[in-house]
Design a protein around this ligand. Structure first.
Ligand SMILES: Nc1ncnc2c1ncn2[C@@H]1O[C@H](COP(=O)(O)OP(=O)(O)O)[C@@H](O)[C@H]1O
Ligand SMILES: [Mg+2]
Length: 271
């Protein structure tokens, strides 16, 4: 069975790099999006935030990114409260927000351009990550000349090239077909194994949440609250097909499905 745990890490767990303390958010107009969210994100771990549409996943991610002020509570990075964006956190948007008028290499280097890095240096780094995500030869192409999956790789290369410790990903695979999505999940895990990032990954797909994550945080809607935390303990040494047949993977998917079923009437939950 998957092991449930408290939102705070157990003794012996890696030190948290990101901590969310008693975060609540009420939007102007009165929508109570989040209520009393308490979570610690250990260094080097991949956490997925999973829940039905409208349960506050994007709101929580934007608050962690420093793009949105909470109504109450605090975000800490390495123990220090933060009140805005910072170079240690990179936000990967749902559509990757590529600049249509800029080449692949310029898009990838854009995060470094914002940091004021010289062109030669940032293009050098960008080319390394373009190669890592398998887009060598496409440096001078424009986003409209690429497939959806390739555009996502550009976005991922950009997020990795700024070398932020924490990657915040908001449903990065939602706009592509299932085959591309699976391939990309595998590529992401492979790249992350090399890079040792702390990742907070939002999805509404149960299978995706369990496949990519060390830990899954289930949110319940209206207002968004932590409903449970699951750590399936899947053996990552296996092939993707072995992982998807692993009893721990299947048990976790079933457990979460039973948990989320009750919210089905209130919004779509993808299986
Ligand atoms: N800028 C906003 N102004 C007012 N309400 C918002 C805003 N953004 C999101 N909401 C509301 O907050 C709730 C949570 O939204 P969101 O964080 O986008 O959920 P999720 O990402 O889980 O689908 C929803 O009810 C949504 O309509
Ligand atoms: Mg969202």
């Amino acid at each position: 069975m998957p092991v449930s745990e408290q939102a705070t890490p157990q003794a012996g767990a890696a030190e948290p790099i990101v901590e969310v303390r008693e975060i609540s958010k009420t939007y102007d107009g009165g929508v109570h999006a989040l209520d009393g969210i308490d979570l610690a994100f250990p260094k080097g771990e991949m956490t997925t935030l999973l829940g039905p549409s409208g349960c506050g996943k994007t709101t929580l991610l934007k608050i962690i990114a420093g793009l949105l002020e909470p109504s109450a509570g605090q975000v800490l990075i390495g123990g220090t409260p933060v009140h805005g964006p910072g170079p240690e956190r990179a936000f990967v948007f749902q559509d990757f927000a590529l600049m249509p008028w800029a080449s692949v290499v310029r898009n990838v280097a854009f995060g470094l351009e914002l940091q004021g890095m010289a062109k030669d240096k940032r293009y050098g780094i960008a080319r390394q990550y373009i190669e890592k995500v398998g887009l060598s030869g496409f440096e001078e192409f424009y986003p409209h000349e690429l497939s959806g999956g390739m555009r996502q790789r550009v976005g991922l290369a950009r997020a990795l090239s700024v070398d932020a410790e924490v990657l915040l990903m908001d449903e990065p695979f939602s706009a592509v077909d299932e085959q591309t999505r699976r391939q990309f999940q595998e590529d992401l895990l492979y790249l992350l194994a090399e890079e040792d990032k702390t990742v907070i990954f939002v999805t509404h797909s149960i299978e995706e949440a369990v496949y990519v994550a060390d830990r899954i945080v289930l949110l319940s809607p209206q207002p968004g609250r932590i409903s449970s935390v699951i750590r399936p303990g899947i053996d990552r040494a296996g092939t993707p097909d072995e992982i998807r047949r692993d009893k721990r993977y299947l048990d976790a998917v079933e457990d979460i499905w039973q948990n989320l079923k009750k919210y089905l009437n209130e919004g779509a939950v993808a299986r």
